[in-house]
Design a protein around this ligand. Structure first.
Ligand code: AMP
Length: 228
């Protein structure tokens, strides 16, 4: 079976297991989900599928920051994000925590339909900010952790490009773009060798603390292997 579908079906089974709802005691699929993993692990592809299947809102902190950075008139946060992202660094915890909580609090559709949060948390402090949140609509009820060996992460990240018009991702080996799209392909500024090394190192430095925080907080963590 194709790798993307194999992982997606496994995620569906895990999410459907769900939790008992407080109102009627019925088991409902998880609806406040964290999507977690190293860069270029396939989170974007799986996010699209999960959102379609479960009708939850997709909140990607990377997309939020890129939108701020690429705005016609970038805000101070946008300017800062552009510089930090280009070198593969992380924005400060307090800024990211405020940004995510504001979005979850203010977006009524997300509160109603549930959400898939992608790219947050990146540090233990960010994880704890969600776990200690009093409002139930801001607390995750499951973590989907996608994994892939470093060598494969590098191969995917250093080759991937995106169709600027549709957002579809391509790769010269695994998903070659059709020739007619060549003129509209773009590359992420942080998919360079140096930035990727830094992003991977940050991920490795924080993952154990983040997982430990969720496990201690009683949030189930499900792991999915996205190697070939
Ligand atoms: P992503 O699209 O999730 O890979 O994020 C792209 C970049 O945005 C990251 O390399 C960071 O520079 C920044 N970023 C995204 N989410 C966070 C976060 N939760 N904390 C700090 N920086 C972040």
């Amino acid at each position: 079976m194709h790798r993307v579908m194999r992982v997606f079906l496994a995620i569906c089974v895990a999410l459907a297991a769900g939790k008992e709802s407080e109102g009627d005691g019925e088991t409902k699929p998880y609806r406040q989900i964290l999507l977690f993993g190293p860069p270029a692990v396939g989170k974007g592809t799986q996010a699209k599928k999960i959102v379609e299947r479960y009708g939850v809102c997709h909140i990607s902190t990377g997309d939020m920051l890129r939108a701020e950075a690429n705005a016609a008139k970038p805000s101070p946060i946008g300017k800062r994000a552009k510089a930090v992202m280009a070198r593969g660094g992380l924005l400060p915890d307090d800024l990211m925590i405020r940004m995510v909580k504001k979005r979850l609090r203010k977006d009524k559709a997300c509160r109603k339909k549930g959400w898939l949060l992608d790219g947050f948390p990146r540090t233990r402090l960010q994880a704890e900010a969600l776990l200690t949140e009093r409002r139930a609509s801001l607390r995750p009820d499951a973590v989907v952790l996608i994994e892939r060996p470093d060598e494969l992460v590098k191969e995917f990240a250093l080759g991937r490009c995106t169709d600027a018009r549709t957002g579809q991702t391509y790769h010269p080996v695994y998903a070659p773009p059709p020739e007619e799209l060549y003129d509209q392909l773009v590359w992420r500024v942080d998919d360079t060798y140096e930035a990727l090394e830094r992003r991977l190192a940050d991920h490795k430095a924080s993952i154990d603390g983040i997982i430990a925080a969720f496990e201690a907080g009683g949030v189930p963590v499900r792991r999915f292997d996205n190697a070939r």
